[in-house]
Design a protein around this ligand. Sequence first.
Ligand code: ADP
Ligand code: MG
Ligand code: MG
Length: 883
Amino acid sequence: QKWVYSFGDGSSEGHSGMRNLLGGKGANLAEMSNLGLPVPPGFTITTELCTYYYANGRQYPAELKIQAAAALATVEKIVGKVFGDATNPLLVSVRSGARASMPGMMDTVLNLGLNDATVEGLAKLSGDGRFAYDSYRRFIQMYSNVVLDIDHHHFEEILDRHKDEKGHSLDTDLSADDWQEVVADYKAEVQRTLGRDFPQDPHEQLWGAIGAVFASWMNQRAIVYRRLHEIPESWGTAVNIQAMVFGNMGQDCATGVAFTRDPSTGENIFYGEYLINAQGEDVVAGIRTPQQITVQGKIANHSTLPAMEESMPQVFAELAAVRDKLERHFRDVQDIEFTVQSGKLYMLQTRSGKRTAEAALKIAVDMANEGLITQEEAIQRVEPRSLDQLLHPRLDPNAPRNLLTRGLPASPGAAYGRVVFSADAAEDLASKGEAVILVRIETSPEDIHGMHAAKGILTTRGGMTSHAAVVARGMGRPCVAGAGEVRIDYAAGTLSLRGTIVKLGDYITLDGSTGEVFVGQVPTLQPKLSGSFATLMGWADAKRTMKVRTNAETPLDARTAREFGAEGIGLCRTEHMFFDADRIIAVREMIMADDEAGRRAALAKILPMQRSDFVELFTIMAGLPVTIRLLDPPLHEFLPHTDAEMQEVAVASGKDLAFVKARGAALHESNPMLGHRGCRLGVTYPEIYEMQARAIFEAVVEVQKTSGATVEPEVMIPLVATRKELDLLKAVIDRVAGEVSAASGVKLTYLVGTMIELPRAALQAGKIAESADFFSFGTNDLTQTTFGLSRDDAGSFLQSYLRQGILEEDPFVSLDQEGVGELVQIAAERGRKTRPDLKLGICGEHGGDPASIAFCQKVGLNYVSCSPYRVPIARLAAAQAAL
Ligand code: ADP
Ligand code: MG
Ligand code: MG
């Protein structure tokens, strides 16, 4: 079997497609060599060898040494030096390289092959004893550290002692003699700790380093890293052995790293740093201040040192040509490492460069415009989720900040404001034009108005799916949830943490993308929705086949969603319209009524308010489809709690307090989410749905008359389990439509459909479709009812399910495709069998989750609907799903 692949001298046995066998580094070294780039020659021992090594009791196959010796001989021939030769020594680096970049693996060893004899040869050959002994001491330190496991601080102490004694401050101040003394002390240190000499035999050094790379595959750091990043153990790592080139041989030598484009902005400028007369990791280690590659970079970084463009113009020109060639070849931004030896450029690594979300977007669009990639590829290159970072205000990265605590990053974006501790106070202060942050132990549906008024929300209890988190994401408000270290004292009006006390009205800043909470105001930057963002979205829209709608009920949300490109409303939750201060009393009056007449009287008060809600919404959506869900939550969510609230209701309905209290007790349910809610309300109190239908149709008439636009509402009935429920309620809606039509003389077109959010409904979808014009998958409830799991209570144990791998992901965040997904699929198939033109959509939180969106595409849904701020994510994800 072939265990060893050579590269260098303009050709290679491998190429970039052999990443699995050669590791990322080895495959790309081979590829660069094939491209004719100046790569020091070397060879790669394959990842298969790593697998063999562990499968065979940490033994190498017999052929390995033979193949490696042959490859080494080839390297010797190319560079004209001999490994271990005292007069003309070849030195090599030993570099690990897994398929995926993996911190935790063995660090690179440079200058391997040096010993007491070859160092003399190197000194003569280079005419520079200083350089030779500097290289030797680097080697002893690196090798001792990564192969012999001797902590490097021992060596640093020795070096520091030398510098102090000789009065040197920089490493470069040391002479050949100084380094020779350091080397002697280093070797003594190795002898002292290990009880044996530092290995002098270059072959022993080489196999020691190779063995250390393979052994590091199973060290604790690597194992943990693999587990966290789901990298299988079976992948193994490769080892690269490569002829050394020296960036530390004088002033015409250098080493550096660069990105072919700016990885933070995506700007098409060459971006990088280098150090003159330095080796390997000196640049990253921050020993000296690095210099910029380009003049442009020099200006941007306020650097006073000359750029490479100025100090080494010829090498720079060569490097710029390499940059161009690599980008054209790999068709992506590259992160490169290079070294200059005596004015000659060598390439040591290239890989695809990590970048910010903003840069990813700009680079994808620019590269498509430059013809380097296609529009389809550009669409695929941007992670939809990463758009989240771009759509919300974020903290000015340069602004000073004072961290108070860290909670869960529950809803992205950044905001500052004055601290308030109640929803009413939030509304109050916000109405005076102040920015406020609502701080609560936890939130409930009654806090919605305060959450709306606030710029951000902070809670000390609850997880990523707590009320605060879900509602804040829906509204696009930044939210930090579950900041458990913080103590809130509502009575005193303070929040405190270890001696820091923030009082009512003081400023705090939230970063909902990181979960950080800061004391005081940290300035924020507004998102830009033009430029590359708009271009890529346009391309995505042209490719996708599913529509993207939004979940919205307030005019603000509807407008925001339209700006983000929503093509209609997929879910308008009418109950959210009931909580506003001016209507909650009438709503409570309706609930408290103990007969139909009482309910109708209260509903009559709500009708005009509800109608004007719809007029506004239809006007904003200007003819786009709007799906309105009739009242869904258990009535008990609207009940008055305090005596004052009950008194208010008593007065409004002309009853006494005792009656209101008794009625409240009667409405109490032990499992309200499985209780008297959804269409069950419509079945028992049809007058409620009747009022809502009337509000909808009268609003349609009004908008059509005033604006001339056609409005075709989609009336949606929640929590249907049987076809009969739907039939009964559809009859109510049709009757009201007929009445409104007759009274106004306007012909009404509308759809009546249902949510599919109960397993029974999914299974009976064939029958239900006989009466439904459309289905909308309410996957939040469908997940709860399929798992028999309450979203509000799952926080306490879900983490442990995820940790133990029982669930791979929070099923409320990403659709459980296997279980809940099967029900969706069954319902889609059975529904369409009955009614081929059945319109299908999804309106749960999953409608904004890229993996779930891909699933929706597969099942053949017509649209997804998600919260306004997720609309762009859904547009891009839907395009990726369609490609
Ligand atoms: P990492 O994966 O941590 O980046 P590398 O194997 O790329 O480790 O090595 C780190 C640095 O060592 C490189 O950036 C390069 O500067 C230096 N290096 C590695 N091999 C050689 C070599 N053959 N000649 C000169 N420098 C080398
Ligand atoms: Mg590297
Ligand atoms: Mg539901």
